[in-house]
Design a protein around this ligand. Structure first.
Ligand code: CP
Length: 315
């Protein structure tokens, strides 16, 4: 594939290829050297039109560890502020011959649109409510390493599903790998067309978490709620916040995940988030660097093969 735009476009064997390569990058990252040159000579531009801590930092670290020339566009200081469109901005950067473009954008579909206009590989770092493919891949790697497999697990994704690109990418990936996916949350925070995904839907944490192998918590994404239903934090925590009492309904060895950023005392109790026997939240962050290294490595191989097959003047 030329781009990584969503999990929807990936076949199960392609997901496995990314995870297998990412495993080797976990080892590299834990070594003293932490360096490779597989992206040497390539230029990576990170364009984040929405705030980010984990995704932006890990893409930057991933590119640098693989030897790419990495530039972080300061979008708040760019000519977007003077009215330049997303596409004109992309075409402008494209004229500087980047090889990898990492893009986060608040509008669903914006990254796919941009990918049609440029000559390089585009990686979706999260677009609106649509997809966050590298998050789902890093979550899958974490689950596979913790549980020893990525199939026939019961995984409860809990909270604000309706506004979550993380939930969407995860339920597509976990479904493709033949897991039992449960969505748990208030009906007002469930997407309207959920039937197409073959998941089970629960409005009660006790039922939704029963015998789950993995409990994945999501924050309330108020920035995407458009003034619709916004629950009070106290009531939400009481019914849907993960605490020890609710977690007791999952399997005794169930792991707790959260993509971050976390709102302690809203969707998750701080002691659960910090419990090193249950919470794998910091491991998810570590896997994020490895998965992004693997994704960029694989796309760069495809890009180089594509260019080698083209006459010089096309690019
Ligand atoms: N999980 C995630 O996408 O976090 P950031 O918004 O900090 O990148």
């Amino acid at each position: 594939q030329r781009h990584l735009l969503g999990i929807e476009q990936l076949r199960p064997e392609e997901i496995k290829t990314v995870l297998d390569l990412a495993d080797s990058y976990v080892d590299l990252n834990r070594s003293t050297q932490k360096r490779s040159d597989v992206l040497a000579g390539l230029t990576q531009i990170n364009m984040f039109f929405e705030n980010s801590t984990r995704t932006q930092a890990s893409f930057e670290i991933a590119g640098k560890r693989l030897g790419a020339d990495v530039m972080n566009m300061a979008m708040q200081a760019s000519s977007i502020k003077k009215g330049e469109t997303l596409i004109d901005t992309a075409l402008t950067l494209n004229a500087m011959h980047p090889d990898l473009l990492v893009v986060r954008h608040p509008h669903s579909g914006a990254v796919n649109l941009l990918a049609e206009k440029v000559n390089c590989a585009v990686l979706n770092a999260g677009d609106g409510k649509h997809e966050h493919p590298t998050q789902a891949l890093l979550d899958a790697l974490t689950i596979r390493r913790e549980k020893g497999r990525l199939h026939r697990l019961t995984i409860a994704i809990c909270g604000d599903i309706a506004h979550s690109r993380v939930a969407r990418s995860n339920l597509i990936l976990l479904g493709k790998m033949e897991n039992r996916v449960r969505l748990v949350g208030p009906p007002t925070l469930m997407p309207s067309q959920i039937d197409q995904f073959g998941v089970e839907v629960y409005g009660d944490m006790e039922e939704g978490l029963r015998d789950a192998d993995v409990v994945m918590m999501l924050r309330l994404q108020r920035e995407r709620m458009d003034g619709g239903f916004i629950p009070s934090e106290r009531e939400y925590y009481h019914r849907f916040g993960l605490d020890a009492e609710k977690l007791a309904h999952a399997r005794p060895d169930a792991i707790v995940m959260h993509p971050g950023p976390m709102n302690r005392g809203v969707e998750i109790d701080g002691t659960i988030a910090d419990d090193i026997n249950r919470s794998v939240i910091q491991e998810q962050v570590e896997m994020g660097v490895a998965v992004r290294m693997a994704a960029m490595d694989l796309l760069a191989r495809n890009l180089r093969a594509e260019r080698a097959a083209q006459p010089e003047d096309v690019y």
